[in-house]
Write a protein that binds this ligand. Structure first.
Ligand SMILES: [Zn+2]
Length: 132
């Protein structure tokens, strides 16, 4: 049930970066090892983000391990904590722990009569907000 706190962290980060502008889309990257349940995340995100964010999109990042001595990297669909190349066990998680806002898309709230060129949205980089 950590999806509620994750949703709150995402919304807080997005609102801070949006700085009063209207956010249309939040793009998240979520590592498989975070064990986030997508339906539960959707539910809490809709609750936490109402009136602030229109849409949540996310990409699930597969878990990978990396062997420190030889830098071999492999996916762990089936848990496999030894390096398949050198047989070593000195390994670290190379990916799969992601929980970060990749970008947000912000609507233009230009005043009436503004003659600046049309611009539908801009993208902003957002820092990693993962609570551990
Ligand atoms: Zn190795």
């Amino acid at each position: 049930m950590h999806e509620l706190s994750l949703s709150s962290a995402v919304v807080n980060t997005v609102v801070k970066h949006a700085d009063g502008r209207r956010v249309e889309v939040v793009n998240l990257r979520i590592g498989r090892l975070r064990q986030v349940v997508p339906d539960t995340l959707d539910f809490y995100f809709d609750f936490v983000a109402r009136d602030t964010v229109c849409e949540l999109k996310y990409e699930i990042i597969e878990a990978r391990l990396r062997c420190n001595p030889c830098a071999e990297e492999w996916g762990i669909e089936i848990p496999h904590f030894r390096c398949p190349t050198c047989g070593g066990s000195d390994v670290e998680v190379a990916s799969g722990n992601e929980f970060e806002v990749e970008s947000i898309e912000i609507g233009e709230d230009r005043p009436e009569g503004d003659l600046a060129g049309p611009q539908d949205s801009e993208q902003e980089e957002a820092e990693c907000i993962a609570p551990r």
